[in-house]
Design a protein around this ligand. Structure first.
Ligand SMILES: C[S@@+](CC[C@H](N)C(=O)[O-])C[C@H]1O[C@@H](n2cnc3c(N)ncnc32)[C@H](O)[C@@H]1O
Length: 185
């Protein structure tokens, strides 16, 4: 089966799909992730607490948190499509138009989230491994689908990414998603 490269994937109608829900608000993020984001950030040891949201969509949840927490947080949202719906950025909210496969942060985070974003990423395992190194020592990573990690780690997985299949059809969300193919390294 011919597999899709990252460049092809990011231009694929499955990833650039206008039907996907990009507009979740903070309460919806909490429900999807099973955490209370404001509490997690409030309990972080560092000030400002840092939250990174990958595949952030319109960034509604991020701008709500920025408004609630003010100078106590620094929030970074990354999305392939710059459809950000926020009012002019509060100083501690940074929205980046980039692919999470290529983007790298310049700092570590107390909280990293990804809500319904991994479905569309080609090398999911590569991204999950990198995220481990972007956490603070007691930072938390949560993605929906029960993916969770606490604490920074250098992660090497014994798999080599081969490419993606954007014709895999709908996953449990009902939306077409991307399958990722690996071989043992
Ligand atoms: C279903 S939406 C979820 C958006 C947001 N997290 C929410 O729950 O409202 C998935 C998002 O992933 C983004 N996305 C897909 N592939 C991406 C990639 N390689 N890098 C960054 N964002 C990506 C899409 O542009 C889209 O905004």
């Amino acid at each position: 089966m011919p597999l899709t490269t990252d460049d092809e994937l990011e231009n694929s109608p499955v990833v650039a799909n206008s039907l996907m829900n990009r507009e979740r608000r903070l309460r919806s993020y909490d429900r999807e992730l099973g955490i209370d984001i404001v509490n997690v950030l409030g309990a972080a040891r560092t000030r400002p607490a840092r939250w990174l949201d990958l595949c952030c969509g319109t960034a509604n949840a991020l701008s709500e948190a920025a408004a609630l927490l003010g100078d106590d947080v620094e929030i970074v949202g990354v999305d392939l499509v710059g459809f950000f719906a926020c009012p002019p950025n509060p100083p501690r909210l940074h929205l980046v138009t980039a692919s999470v496969t290529a983007w790298r942060p310049g700092t570590r985070f107390d909280l990293i989230t990804c809500v319904h974003g991994l479905h569309y990423v080609g090398d999911k395992l590569g991204l999950l491994a990198r995220i481990g190194d972007w956490l603070t020592d007691d930072g938390l990573f949560v993605a929906n689908g029960r993916i969770r990690r606490t604490g920074r780690a250098s992660i090497t997985l014994p798999y080599r990414y081969l490419g993606a299949d954007d014709q895999a059809g709908p996953n449990y969300t009902g939306q077409p998603a991307v399958h990722s193919h690996y071989a043992r390294a």
